[in-house]
Design a protein around this ligand. Structure first.
Ligand code: FMN
Length: 192
């Protein structure tokens, strides 16, 4: 299963366009593979407050990992390939992606502790992170954070960054930049 985590907010999202190209390429190279979508702008994430944490701890403590509260985490753990699409916002990514990440970091589903060290329980061998930026792209607080989570918590060995930057710079030929990126993506994305 290919899991598409869509954190693109705008109707005309350029990030979403690049992610679509990637998904089409992955689908063409892996016929029959299911594509599951976590469409973050459509999800009403629960408020992660004291009550939520107590409930989650109680459910996890009783092994109730099939509870709907864990749907996002279970999908993430089961995916063979993960595609995250997130525009560059305020040197990072939209808050809905952080809300999603809070939902999937569940000890017992996506990782667990062994001798106080997190060990990944995810099936995925590869995570793609698709990003577009209005100006210059900086890794630190967006892609860098997701990559570190993938390495430290989830044990996903390969993360691939696909990015187009400078799209809002005066005079930028946005269509040309996007088309060049789409060509790169078609060459890059192979078998699951
Ligand atoms: C709320 C918001 C915050 C943004 N912050 C940044 C930023 O910090 N740096 C930057 O280079 N561009 C920034 N941009 C511009 C976007 O990165 C750029 O337009 C991107 O292509 C948007 O992706 P989309 O077309 O998929 O929505 C911001 C745009 C929005 C709407």
């Amino acid at each position: 299963m290919i899991l598409f985590i869509n954190a693109c907010v705008r109707a005309e999202s350029r990030t979403h366009r690049l992610a679509e190209c990637l998904l089409q390429t992955l689908a063409a190279n892996n016929p029959g593979e299911e594509i599951r979508i976590a469409d973050l702008p459509q999800i009403d994430f629960p408020k992660v407050d004291d009550h939520f944490l107590d409930r989650r701890t109680a459910l996890a403590g009783s092994g109730a990992f099939t509870d709907p509260l864990f749907t996002c985490a279970n999908d993430f753990a089961a995916a063979g390939v993960i595609v995250v699409a997130a525009p560059f916002w305020d040197l990072s990514f939209p808050a809905i992606l952080k809300q999603y990440l809070e939902q999937i970091c569940v000890s017992g589903i996506t990782f667990h502790y062994q001798d106080n060290v997190p060990k990944g329980l995810c099936r995925a061998r590869k995570l793609y992170y698709v990003n577009t930026a209005g100006g210059p792209f900086l890794e630190d607080f967006g892609y860098g954070y997701v990559r570190t989570l993938a390495q430290v918590f989830f044990d996903i060995p390969e993360t691939v960054l696909i990015r187009a930057e400078g799209l809002d710079v005066e005079g930028a030929d946005v269509e040309r930049i996007l088309q060049e990126k789409e060509q790169e993506i078609r060459k890059l994305a192979g078998m699951v």
